[in-house]
Structure formats: structure tokens, C-alpha cells
Ligand binder design. Structure first.
Ligand SMILES: O=c1ccn([C@H]2C[C@H](O)[C@@H](COP(=O)(O)O)O2)c(=O)[nH]1
Length: 224
């Protein structure tokens, strides 16, 4: 993959390092897809400045896939990215294949055999197992919650080298302390994600790309 000379302005998934620069225009800002389109149509010949950073993109992707989770309390998503800024795996917390969401328990109290913790696959594990590349060596993982000790083991053993998390609300729990201990020993770095925008919104109702009305209607399931 060709690399652009100025990687800080590159928009291509071949750029080799995460873009953590804070554009003055994007600081503490928020923009919807609709807003971005309006700005683009009225601007001059230069590129947009208010594009989202790689960190914003991949953490948002982790949060987007977390919306698939059936856990009624905590929805976690994870997004694994290689050194070319290509997504190679995503996952969210959910019941194992074949273990139906309506049959297995989502509760947190009572007999351990009836608690979700016995069964739920964590987002990080699912992201590693869902990889679409031969391996995830030297990748980084974006995850909403700092990984527990079991996920830390999987992260280390799979060769992931960096963890970017949003919340470390469990930092004083033994599981998080054990994770840090293992990461430090194994040379896996970790850092907290610092959002450059307060919101990243996809508002389909604001998208108006002219020919939208010419799009065919959504396919409907045959009634036969
Ligand atoms: O690193 C982690 C830690 C937890 N999860 C999942 C497992 C559960 O489904 C929830 C945690 O439930 P609580 O009700 O907040 O105890 O999050 C994960 O995917 N990855």
C-alpha cells in the first residue's frame, strides 16, 4: 500500500500511525454526517479539516458494535486494528453461539449458575476470534472498558501490542489490577482514549445526497 507523504492529513487506511493530532476546528466540537455534507457542498477546493481521527473512528466503531449486545446492563464493544489502520476484527459481549439469548440468564445475582458471568463471551475475546486476518499480531485493540484479566490473557497471547480503552471504572478491582500487571510484564501498552469531539452522530435523516429518492426500496422478504 502506498503511503501518502503527509500522514497527518491522510484519509487512507494505509497510514501507519494513529492520528492523535487535535485540529483546532474539531476541539470539543461535534458534527453529524448531515452537517459534514452541508459543509462539504459549500466549501472551496481544499479538503475538509473536520474529519474524525483514527482513534475517534475506531473507538466509535467499538461503541457502534456494542449496540449489538443483548446485555441489559453493560454493552461492551471491541475493534482490532492493524498497523495499516485496517480493521481486522470486531466483537461485542454476548452469549456463545448456540446459547440462545432468551434461554441463558442475563442476571447478576443469585446462584452463580444462573448469572450471566458464567456464560457471556467478552467483547475482546469475540473480536480476536472474529478476526478476518491470519492473526492479530502487533495490532491494537479499541475497547469501551479496560480489559479484565481473562481478556488480558487473550490479548497478550494473540500478539496484540496496544490497548486503547475509554472507561477504567474497574481499575481498583483485582481483575483490572491483574490485567495491568500482565500487560506491563508482557510489553502490551495501554492508554485511555481522549475524545476529540464530544459527539459523533450518524443522523440518517440529515443525509440528503440528491438522488436518495431514486434508491430502490429495501428488499422485502418474499411471502411465499
Ligand atoms: O473486559 C470486559 C469486561 C466485561 N465485559 C462484559 C461482560 C458482561 O456482559 C458485562 C459486564 O457486566 P456488568 O453488569 O457491568 O457486571 O461486560 C466485556 O465484554 N469485557
Amino acid at each position: 500500500m502506498d503511503r501518502l507523504p503527509d500522514s497527518s492529513s491522510s484519509d487512507c487506511p494505509g497510514e501507519s500511525r494513529p492520528d492523535t493530532t487535535q485540529d483546532a476546528q474539531s476541539l470539543l466540537g461535534s458534527m453529524t454526517l448531515g452537517d459534514a455534507h452541508q459543509q462539504a457542498t459549500s466549501s472551496s477546493t481544499g479538503p475538509r479539516a473536520d474529519y474524525i481521527s483514527w482513534d475517534d473512528l475506531f473507538m466509535s466503531s467499538a461503541f457502534l458494535i456494542a449496540m449489538r449486545s443483548k446485555d441489559p446492563v453493560t454493552q461492551v464493544g471491541a475493534c482490532i486494528v492493524n498497523d495499516e489502520n485496517k480493521i481486522v476484527g470486531m466483537g461485542y459481549n454476548g452469549m456463545p453461539n448456540g446459547c440462545h439469548d432468551n434461554v441463558f440468564p442475563w442476571g447478576k445475582t443469585g446462584d452463580p449458575i444462573d448469572m450471566k458471568y458464567m456464560y457471556v463471551c467478552h467483547a475482546e475475546m469475540n473480536a480476536v476470534l472474529n478476526k478476518n486476518s491470519s492473526d492479530v499480531k502487533n495490532c491494537r485493540i479499541y475497547v469501551g472498558l479496560f480489559p479484565c484479566n481473562e481478556c488480558a490473557k487473550i490479548i497478550i497471547q494473540s500478539g496484540i501490542k496496544e490497548v486503547i480503552f475509554l472507561s477504567d471504572k474497574n481499575r481498583h478491582q483485582p481483575a483490572a489490577m491483574a490485567s495491568r500487571r500482565m500487560f506491563n510484564s508482557a510489553g502490551v501498552t495501554y492508554r485511555q482514549y481522549l475524545p476529540q469531539k464530544t459527539q459523533i452522530t450518524i443522523d440518517f435523516s440529515k443525509v440528503n445526497w440528491g438522488n436518495m429518492s431514486q434508491m430502490p426500496p429495501s428488499p422485502k422478504k418474499s411471502l411465499l
